[in-house]
Write a protein that binds this ligand. Structure first.
Ligand code: GZL
Length: 362
């Protein structure tokens, strides 16, 4: 492990940057303490696809806020904790993006994957700390239960950046900053697409994400509020968690079809569950498109489902945090003021442009 610049007082780094970043594919060498592999497939991103950042006007942090000293990112070791097993393209693309950017910048990267087990994620992060990580980037599985890690990091003044899901702790104090999507807005946009696809009438079902995190809570609230606002006649007759997993999404949809054979539409809170629903509906003899399906993520298979007519719309949840995370760490460690809460804009895929847009999906 490259000797890393250590400073007596490590600073909690706030990362946020109101700028747009072009994303580029690349390769990275990383020291995986879990997977043991090195290198990363370049995340396939459409040339010139940009990650627009909003939220720079929110509360900010500076190194002076923390009384810490600057850390030279080039000499630092970054620990990355991934939450879910990389069977889900969202997680594959997210990890690749972090590895790609670390490799491009020549930053020493340690990675760990909790395989969707929260207790393992806690021990993963503790291990990254003991292996000498100067900075931590965490994709949390759950929103609660982080106190032991926050204390260990604070004791060593190791800055934590959370990406993707939020943890219930104080930004700019317990952790540095959050970088992620507006999940409530994603739910609202999914509702708009559901109303469009169904004409605002009929009975709909929700395949809920995994419990215990803000993504599921916010995607559900955004969707329900918008349906109530725009299509009060539509009735949500079924909601059950598929835990963001394809097989579970299929199993739950099989149950749904038993109890509600004439369901009008299904809102799946991620593509993997939506694809499971497609399989279940096909198995029940339903024609593609007979049940209107709207999902969230923006994976290649789901966008292909739009092309095939089995899915009506996909709202993107952009997992490509690498360029933004490292750009903001770099900016901050140079002493620039950064925000505490970075909301990344997400695109969407619908029938007309899906085929042409397939290259942008992950
Ligand atoms: C969203 C992320 C969700 C994805 C799912 O940012 O937390 O977790 O939408 C994943 O695919 O399981």
């Amino acid at each position: 492990m490259k000797p890393h610049a250590r400073t007596a007082a490590r600073t909690l780094l706030a990362v946020a940057l109101s700028a747009s970043l072009a994303l580029a594919a690349g390769c990275a060498k990383s020291e995986d303490d879990d997977e043991g592999s090195t290198g990363a497939a370049g995340s396939e991103q459409a040339e010139g696809s940009e990650q627009q950042v909003t939220g720079g006007s929110g509360p900010t942090c500076t190194i002076a806020d923390y009384g810490g000293e600057k850390i030279d990112l080039a000499d630092a070791t970054v620990g990355f904790s991934q939450s879910e097993k990389e069977a889900n393209p969202f997680r594959i693309a997210e990890t690749a993006s972090i590895k790609d950017e670390a490799g491009k910048r020549g930053v020493e990267l340690l990675t760990a994957n909790a395989q969707s087990q929260f207790s393992k994620q806690i021990s993963d992060v503790q291990a990254l700390i003991s292996k000498g990580a100067d900075l931590l980037v965490i994709a949390p599985l759950n929103s609660d239960g982080w106190d032991p890690v926050l204390k260990s990091a604070a004791d060593k003044k190791i800055p934590i950046v959370t990406i993707d899901r939020k943890i219930n702790a104080e930004p700019c104090k317990d952790y540095v900053s959050f970088i992620g999507s507006d999940f409530t807005e994603q739910g609202k946009r999914a509702a708009d697409k559901m109303v469009e696809a169904t004409g605002g009438k009929g009975e709909i079902a929700i395949l809920l994400g995994a419990p215990g995190n803000n993504v599921t809570t916010e995607r559900t609230k955004g969707f329900k509020d918008r349906i109530a606002e725009k299509a009060p006649e539509m009735e949500i007759v079924f909601e059950q968690t598929g835990e963001f997993v394809r097989e579970k999404g299929q199993q739950v949809t099989e149950q749904l079809i038993q109890s509600n054979p004439d369901i009008t539409g299904i809102y799946a809170e991620n593509d993997e569950m939506g694809l499971g629903a497609v399989t279940a509906l096909k198995g029940a003899g339903k024609e593609p498109g007979a049940v209107k399906i709207v999902t969230i993520d923006g994976t290649r298979n789901a966008v292909q489902g739009i092309v095939d007519g089995s899915i009506d719309a996909v709202i993107e949840s952009n997992p490509r945090f690498g360029p933004l995370a490292f750009e903001t760490l770099d900016a901050f460690t140079k002493g620039e003021e950064v925000g505490q809460d970075l909301v990344i804009e997400d695109s969407e895929y619908t029938g007309h442009e899906a085929e042409a847009d397939l290259g942008k999906a992950y």
